[in-house]
Design a protein around this ligand. Sequence first.
Ligand code: FES
Length: 113
Amino acid sequence: MPRYKVTFQPAGVTVEVDPALFPYGKHGQPGSVLDIALAHGVEVEHACGGVGVCGTCHVLVTNSADSLSPPTDDELDVIDAIPAHTLHSRLACQAVVAGDVTVTVPAHNHNAV
Ligand code: FES
């Protein structure tokens, strides 16, 4: 099975992940950006524990958005409620990695609901 590189900005941390090892932890979808971040010491807020309802795990996909699972309608609803959302916004707990990708963790995330 191929391995993927996930880069987190602004920390400048790149980790190589093996999908055969998903899930790494108990927060977010198995193999999600949040799952990978927490397993590699990258701080991403996750107030709801990774079940996709709080919006605090908001990240911006800065490269290779096609390497993530497509967002569900429920995820898009939560993203729409995040004041600083953009067309590149995803919930780290719901976006499952399926290729090399770079995400930026905003300096301040806030509960959307
Ligand atoms: Fe709450 Fe992702 S951790 S929406």
